[in-house]
Write a protein that binds this ligand. Structure first.
Ligand SMILES: Nc1ncnc2c1ncn2[C@@H]1O[C@H](COP(=O)(O)OP(=O)(O)OP(=O)(O)O)[C@@H](O)[C@H]1O
Ligand SMILES: [Mg+2]
Length: 298
């Protein structure tokens, strides 16, 4: 799997950008179509990992300075939880990682977002290929309303021109990966929106992993779900991190404690503290983190 189209020239551009905190571009120049994933390959659990690094990230909505100089690394094959009170900037940070932030009118960002050595905001990087490599799962399950269960998972693959046999194999495998296969195997042609909320969320995760991203961003993926579905999503995160780099936004401290290797605490657009999850919850360095994790504010 290749990172976003990037060359050593882009790397040096990004270094300059780091120094100057140059404003990020808001429109990628279309480059080559993304390659179809090598779906006939056996799924290796030891896929090479891909880290995401934010350096001096600032994000704005018009005049509102919502993310303030955030520098953080999301290590490969780990789940990192983003926690913090409502409005602290968690969703904005994840939307900056896959360049969804720039889709909001008046929104812009500065600083750098690197996927390994590749600058996600380099001028000749195609935004579509960034979003293929950095998938996103939202709070509210959002299956394509007019599509069947099968087609929901196949949608992204079809865009890459995958052959129909491979397509079927990948759809089935993705549904198995999210533990949905037994529940849907006899109704693949029925509408995706006919599933329960928890099933729909797993369908959306299957859709995301079908195109083999490198990174999965999850913005409160279980907050609209019942406890059993939540548990399934958490188990899934635990499995998926063997193959993907995961960033998960959550308001649920127990969830962060259960699924995340490291946890980052945000407050008012700033990253206050990032460390091993057990440390953040039991022995945080910053007073504000301590007050948040002990429920004293937020
Ligand atoms: N589309 C938008 N237009 C203008 N301001 C926005 C927009 N989205 C978010 N903001 C503002 O940016 C700041 C960060 O919001 P963000 O949604 O990232 O917070 P959050 O930590 O995800 O909150 P929550 O836990 O409630 O989801 C807030 O002040 C919010 O009001
Ligand atoms: Mg949010």
């Amino acid at each position: 799997m290749t990172p976003p189209d990037a060359t050593s020239k882009e790397t040096s551009t990004s270094e300059t950008r780091d120094q100057e905190a140059t404003e990020m571009s808001t429109g990628g120049i279309p480059s080559e179509q993304p390659q179809a994933p090598e779906i006939s390959e056996p799924r290796a659990t030891e896929r090479p990992g891909h880290a995401v690094r934010l350096k001096g990230l600032n994000a704005y909505y018009g005049q509102l300075h919502s993310i303030k100089d955030v520098t953080i690394e999301f290590p490969a094959h780990q789940a990192t939880a983003l926690i913090g009170p409502s409005g602290s900037g968690k969703s904005t940070v994840v939307r900056c990682i896959n360049r969804m932030h720039e889709e909001i009118p008046g929104a812009r960002a500065t600083g750098s977002v690197m996927l390994d050595d590749h600058d996600v905001y380099a001028p000749d990087v195609d935004v579509t290929s960034v979003r293929r490599l950095i998938g996103m799962v939202f709070q509210k399950p959002n299956p394509f309303p007019t599509m069947s269960i099968f087609d929901n998972v196949a949608a992204g693959l079809r865009l890459t021109g995958t052959r129909s046999d491979d397509l079927r194999d990948t759809v089935h495998r993705s549904l198995r990966s999210v533990g949905l296969w037994d529940e849907v195997k006899d109704r693949l042609n029925e509408p995706g929106i006919g599933l329960s909320g928890g099933q729909q969320q797993r369908l959306c995760i299957a859709r995301t992993i079908a195109i083999e991203p490198e990174v999965i961003l999850m913005d409160e993926p279980a907050s609209a779900l019942d406890p059993l579905s939540t548990l399934k999503i958490e188990e899934l995160v635990d499995e998926l991190k063997e193959r993907y780099t995961i960033v998960i936004v959550t308001h649920n401290m127990q969830q962060a404690a259960r699924v995340a290797d490291t946890t980052a605490f945000m407050l008012d657009g700033e990253l206050i503290e990032h460390g091993p999850t057990s440390e953040i919850f039991t022995n945080p360095k910053d007073d504000r983190t301590e007050r948040y994790v002990t429920g004293k504010f937020g």
